[in-house]
Structure formats: C-alpha cells, structure tokens
Design a protein around this ligand. Sequence first.
Ligand code: 5GP
Length: 189
Amino acid sequence: MRAKGARRGTVVVISAPSGCGKTTVINRLLARNPGWRRSVSVTTRKPRNGEVPGEDYFFVSRKEFLSERRKKNFLEWAEVFGEYYGTPRPYVLNQLYGGRHVILAIDIYGARAVRKQIRCLSIFLMPPSLDDLEKRLRRRRSDSVRAIRERLAHAQFEIACAKEYDYVVVNGEIDVAVRAIEDITKSQR
Ligand code: 5GP
C-alpha cells in the first residue's frame, strides 16, 4: 500500500546490447541510491559463471515460465536468443506504490511492451563502438564463438532502435554513464 500523499516511484527501463556493461552500471546505481530497486527477471536460460539465482535472475524451466505467464504474472515477457525472459508484475507494482524507483533491465521488445502499459522513463545504454562491444563479449568467456557472433549481429539491430528511447547514454566511462542516468531519473520527479 502507498502511504497517503507519497509519490509513486518511476519505472526506469534500461536496455543495452548484451555485453555493454549494463549490469555493472546498474549495480553501481543501486549502490549509490539505496532507495532504488532492480526488478530481478525470470529466465529459462542457464546461469553464467558467477551468476547468483535470485540476484541476477530467477532461473526456471520452460514449464515453470509458461505456467507463470498463463497466470499473467509478467508485466512483460520476451523470447531472446531462444530463451524466455519475463518481468515479475507483483514485485514492480509493489515497489512503485512504495515510492521507489524500479530499474528494469530488459530488451527492446520488453521496453516496447512496458511503454504500452505504464508510464516509464526509458534509457538506451550505448557501447562506445561495436569493436569495444566485441572485446567485452570475448572477455566474458562463458559465451561460445557462435553466441558472440549472434549477440553482435543482434546488437546492430538494437542500436538501430535506440531512437525509440527517451534518452541514449554512452557507456564509455562507467561513472559518467551512472551519473547521467542518476541525473535523468532525478529530474523526472
Ligand atoms: P542476458 O542473457 O545477456 O542476461 O540477456 C539477454 C537480453 O535479455 C538482454 O537484452 C536483457 O536486457 C534481456 N532481458 C533480461 N531480462 C529480461 C526481461 O525480463 N524481459 C525482457 N523483455 N528482456 C530481458
């Protein structure tokens, strides 16, 4: 329940090509702004090295995902690289009504779906260049050569969709990108 007179939080949608450093940027935003929350998505993809269930994602089977989808428990969902990803609706709404900003780290299809349903602020995090993105993907090691190629090709398509977003922030220097997102979000109040 929202306290009487309390302001609703803002949904901040952040999309970025895979490997662009979005997780690092978001973790830093959360560390600097203790009142902000990140929605933890549900996915059918397997965890990568170092990923923590319940922190990075809720990892579920396809059967479990489809069952949650049938119950309309996702604010939005999408199939990305052959795996399902979804944003838990109850969590996001509870945080918003509690007056907290909620970051959704979702892809362009998810961003389109969320824009249709609720008022939100959308930010596209742009890699400084495709070369830089390729280097970051290779450093990740847990992705196969084929997966890297697929993600790079998809990145070019995503970058072409950046104009759909309210703001584009280049993730060259992490701290500069973090401060830009903070300023944009705080100016919405
Ligand atoms: P990754 O597998 O690299 O963590 O994520 C692949 C893509 O799925 C990224 O673009 C990421 O933003 C997107 N994604 C993660 N969670 C969700 C979600 O809940 N909904 C949607 N639509 N996309 C998501």
